[in-house]
Design a protein around this ligand. Structure first.
Ligand code: B12
Length: 214
């Protein structure tokens, strides 16, 4: 038996009505949206495992992504209030999902939370080539760039961004943060990035540190 919460299990079952019902119930009960997202993440990890075991296929991945997007539509307006900061512009952060990777649900959470904290965010979207990250850092003077990757085979793309920032003479001017479910400290070392963030809240904390706002 799994020890998933009811919400995580409903997500694994791809039971959209039940997911929406439980999320609504939790929101009305005043539960922390980050806790709700964490429960959803547990469900998504389980879906990932089922996919690896060939019990779920691409259609289930797509469906789970769609259900989670619906949940995020409800939760995102609440994320802006999670970290209350009075500064109107805390600094610029460039964020995107690296080339060949189109996963964006986690990246969008990071963007929303950074904006909610007062950062000006340049969201480059998904499948972003290294030179676009470099050009945007150059143009905005951002001191922080966040790279999202959910696929092992796109880790070299994160390394490429770090290398191209160095080649453009920007490496000592900008800090690179990586995130996404399969990332960890080893991946950070491989890419040469400065920080690995285990979740969006950790990413926000790092950006505040970079901009001296802690
Ligand atoms: C939904 C999903 C999809 C959806 C994505 C929809 C979308 N718009 O994003 C679709 C169906 C498109 C998809 C496609 C594929 N997927 Co997919 N997918 C998933 C799944 C089930 C959930 C991902 C998700 O949204 N999680 C929820 C979010 C909230 O979590 P998150 O992204 O990790 O983000 C959190 C943190 O990591 C962090 N974070 C994330 N990015 C960043 C960045 C920064 C800067 C910071 C600070 C923090 C941060 O903040 C977030 C909130 O805390 C995962 C399973 C898993 N374990 O993650 C597989 C998974 C990522 N997919 C996988 C695969 C293999 C694929 C495909 C190759 C399948 C195929 N055969 O076609 C394609 C690749 C498409 C491509 N080129 O990108 C594998 C990857 C294996 C690997 N490690 O290489 C996984 C792990 C499933 C598995 N276990 O096999 N997928």
């Amino acid at each position: 038996m799994s020890n998933l919460s009811d919400l995580a299990q409903a997500l694994v079952d791809l039971n959209e009505d039940q997911v929406n019902f439980l999320v609504k119930q939790k929101v009305e009960a005043g539960e922390d949206p980050l806790k709700i997202i964490k429960e959803c993440n547990d469900g998504m990890s389980e879906i990932g495992k089922l996919f690896e075991d060939n019990e779920y296929y691409l259609s289930e991945l797509i469906m789970s992504g769609e259900i989670l997007k619906g949940v995020m539509n409800v939760l995102e307006p609440m994320l802006g209030n999670v970290e209350v900061d009075t500064q109107s512009s805390a600094g610029v952060v460039v964020v995107g999902t690296v080339k060949d990777d189109i996963h964006d649900i986690g990246k969008n959470i990071v963007v929303t939370m950074l904006k909610g904290t007062g950062f000006e965010v340049v969201d480059l979207g998904v499948d972003v080539p290294a030179d676009v990250f470099v050009k945007t850092v150059q143009e905005t003077g951002a001191k922080a760039v966040g790279l999202s990757a959910l696929l092992n085979f796109t880790f070299p793309e994160m390394k490429k961004v770090v290398d191209e920032l160095a080649a453009a003479g920007l490496r000592d001017k900008v800090k690179v943060i990586i995130g996404g479910a399969p990332c960890n400290e080893d991946v950070r070392k491989f890419t040469g990035a400065d920080y690995y963030a285990k979740d969006a809240a950790a990413g926000v904390k790092i950006c505040k540190e970079i901009y001296g706002l802690n």
